[in-house]
Design a protein around this ligand. Structure first.
Ligand code: SME
Length: 168
């Protein structure tokens, strides 16, 4: 399981320390750029690079049942990692369920999650954090790892702070 990360191949840091170091950088990346896609692109790159996740990216809400649209859909946004499914229905998979519940889902073993959408067979655990603006989910941040149980309350804590930076 993931415990530490390398910075410049020299300094060993705990997961919390790495997130604490990244947070101001991410806050400034987001605050300096009004375009949502550009923000997502850089945040995905920063997280992916720092932690070496398998897949790090965003799905944006395209059709929203909260707006009376029948077929709720997430559409693939900026990401780092292998190619991924482009559309996820409301309430489907880990992403669609996190959207429906408007809450973070930490899945230690994706193979045991009913309805999990396997974009890659190499993924074994996952965390999905909703981005909320004016009370509605506007996107989700989805991160996959090839390790089982790679994500915990530390990831939830910091990734929710990172998701909150999008609510400007
Ligand atoms: N596993 C996700 C689909 C997206 S990929 O992991 C990039 C899900 O079940 O919603």
């Amino acid at each position: 399981m993931y415990l530490c990360t390398r910075i410049d191949n020299v300094v060993l840091m705990t997961k919390s320390e790495t997130y604490q170091q990244l947070l101001p950088q991410i806050q400034s990346l987001v605050a300096d750029e009004p375009d949502m896609i550009a923000r997502m692109a850089n945040v995905a790159a920063v997280l992916h690079d720092a932690f070496g996740f398998w897949w790090t990216g965003f799905y944006r809400v395209e059709h929203d049942p909260a707006n009376g649209e029948q077929e709720g859909t997430l559409v693939l946004g900026p990401f780092q990692g292998p190619i991924a499914c482009t559309r996820i229905p409301y309430g489907r998979g880990v992403c669609g369920t996190a959207w429906q519940q408007a809450q973070t889902l930490v899945v230690p073993n994706v193979h045991q999650f009913k309805g999990h959408i396997a974009c890659s067979s190499a993924s074994n655990s996952e965390i999905v954090v909703p981005l909320i603006h004016e009370g509605k989910v506007i996107a989700v941040l989805d991160i996959d790892s090839t390790d089982f149980a790679a994500f915990d309350d530390t990831d939830r804590h910091y990734l929710e702070q990172i998701a909150a930076t999008f609510d400007l």
